[in-house]
Design a protein around this ligand. Structure first.
Ligand SMILES: NC(=O)c1ccc[n+]([C@@H]2O[C@H](COP(=O)([O-])OP(=O)(O)OC[C@H]3O[C@@H](n4cnc5c(N)ncnc54)[C@H](O)[C@@H]3O)[C@@H](O)[C@H]2O)c1
Ligand SMILES: O=C[C@H](O)CS(=O)(=O)O
Length: 476
């Protein structure tokens, strides 16, 4: 059986404490990983600190390493896809898409390494500064701690590690406890691509323990976190004056207006509500449909939902695999039961077998039901009737969250009205909330977090703007 140690200062190290990593569909043990002690975590951070203090590698080397890593990842697509499918439960066809997206993320980050620059500042225009020349540079923040979730164990880790390295930082990565194998393989790709010791360190272990030790370590300059709002709030509270980027949850909404291309809206909504068993932070959860087209839309949505194949993620024909754990599937089942007991109508789904939860469509829901107002993070979607576009926009905004939203309409006026008024980080017109291209600025407002990812924007977050002023008359 494969065993993975933690990776500190350029070497894989066994710690003596092991944790099993299981296939989320069969429960079989896939491999074992070493759990980090407090001292191991401190050593990993120290190694990153020393690398950061040695200074960034030259930009062209950062570019070359990230592009070599891109090439190696391309060669290893199938191994990565099968690892993701087995340890996270994501269907193989989606896992392959995740790997190809990570190839993009490495490429974009490598390219960004060559573009980091400041600008001239016309300081001589200020009275008394006539003899000065000023410009800015962007300096790496230093040690970046990347904490990543289970649902995109490769691409969301790449979205943190690759821009951090592109910007000249050193990194300590802590992946989700359920999906450490993909993280170990990503680390190996970067090492094989020539990343020198210290610039990337990897620790495994329970979030509540290892995560807290990382939060307490004063040698970390920045936390970049993707995960649940509860842990995001904890990180913000414990990180003090240090920088944080928080990519948190959402109960994403889509508006289907009366003039929408109905079949497209229904097909895309079904595909994006149930991708990765709904465990996507921008997964379609609330669909607001104008009353004149509600019945026709619901019929199409249910038809598309019932056509999905549920089962083993390693079967290439599977559309919807298991959730990350049986406990999470049982939690989703409870929420659906609670909604039905409160008057919601089950249009399809609602049943569970272990961690497999059937794709579920609910109608006649109320704004206060958990399946509407909380992040469901399961293959469950709700269909909600509206009359006027104002009413729909207000309902979309009636949320703690604000990551992305979608609207289907043929009217530019309606689309722009919604795009301006909906309080989110991104609005997708004639698409669902869950469209993302990896170069886009990506992140939320309100309870969905702060800061932006996408390599160009992440590099901005992971560098400090520094001004340099030259007194051209020297000390005179
Ligand atoms: N906005 C986004 O880009 C985005 C993307 C993916 C997932 N998410 C969100 O992530 C959540 C699901 O992912 P998850 O279950 O892996 O989230 P999670 O918050 O349980 O875990 C995320 C990471 O935080 C770590 N962690 C746990 N406790 C910690 C602590 N006390 N200190 C520091 N780190 C700790 C975990 O080990 C893991 O690595 C959902 O809410 C989803 O919406 C958001
Ligand atoms: O789960 C949330 C992810 O950010 C979605 S995506 O991989 O970025 O599309």
């Amino acid at each position: 059986m494969d065993r993975y140690g933690i990776f500190v200062d350029g070497s894989w190290q066994e710690t003596g404490e092991w944790e099993d990593v299981r296939n989320k569909f069969t429960g079989e043990v896939l491999a074992r990983v070493s759990v980090a002690s407090r001292e191991d975590v401190a050593r990993a951070v120290r190694a990153a600190r020393l690398a950061a203090d040695r200074g960034p590698l030259p930009a062209y080397q950062r570019y070359e390493i990230l592009l070599r890593a891109r090439d190696l990842l391309t060669e290893r697509v199938e191994d990565f896809a099968r690892t993701i499918a087995a340890e996270s439960g994501k269907p193989l066809k989606e896992a392959r898409v995740e790997v190809s997206r990570a190839v993009q993320t490495l490429t974009l980050s490598g390219e960004e390494a060559k573009r980091i620059h400041g600008e001239g500042v016309p300081v001589e225009a200020a009275p008394g500064a006539e003899n000065r020349l000023a410009f800015t540079i962007r300096a790496p923040v230093g040690v970046v701690c990347a904490i990543s979730p289970f649902n995109f164990p490769l691409n969301l880790a790449a979205h943190k590690i690759a821009p951090a390295l592109a910007a000249g930082n050193a990194v300590v990565h802590k992946p989700a406890g359920t999906t450490p194998l993909t993280a170990a393989k990503l680390c190996q790709v970067l090492v094989d691509a020539g990343l020198p010791p210290g610039y990337l360190n990897l620790v495994f272990g329970p979030g509540a323990r290892v995560g807290d030790w990382l939060l307490e370590d004063p040698e970390i300059d920045m936390y970049t976190f993707t995960g649940s709002p509860a842990i995001g709030e904890r990180i913000k509270a414990k990180s003090g004056l240090r920088r944080v980027t928080l990519e948190l949850g959402n109960n994403s909404a889509v508006i289907v207006h009366k003039d929408a291309e109905l079949a497209t809206a229904a097909r895309l909504s079904a595909a994006r509500a149930f991708a990765n068993a709904g465990q996507v932070c921008i997964s379609v959860q609330r669909i607001y449909v104008q009353k004149d087209i509600l019945d026709a839309f619901s019929d199409e949505l249910v038809r598309a939902t019932q056509a999905l194949k549920v089962g083993d993620p390693l079967d290439p024909g599977t559309d919807v695999g298991p959730m990350i754990s049986e406990a999470e599937a049982a939690r989703a089942e409870d929420w659906v039961h609670e909604a039905v007991e409160g008057g919601a109508k089950l249009l399809t789904g609602g049943t569970r077998e272990g961690p497999l939860f059937q794709p579920t469509v609910l109608a006649d829901v109320h704004a206060s039901m958990k399946v509407v107002c909380n992040e469901v993070f399961a293959p469950v979607v709700t269909v909600i009737r509206y009359d006027t576009i104002d009413e729909a926009i207000e309902a979309v905004n009636d949320s703690h969250y604000g990551l992305q939203a979608g609207i289907f309409t043929e009217s530019l006026e309606v689309a722009m009205e919604a795009a301006r008024r909906i309080r989110v980080g991104g609005v997708m017109v004639n698409d669902t909330s869950s469209f993302r291209a990896d170069l886009m600025p990506y992140g939320g407002v309100k309870g969905s977090g702060m800061g932006r990812e996408g390599p160009k924007y992440a590099v901005e977050e992971m560098t400090d703007l520094k001004v340099i002023v030259l007194n051209l008359k020297g000390a005179r």
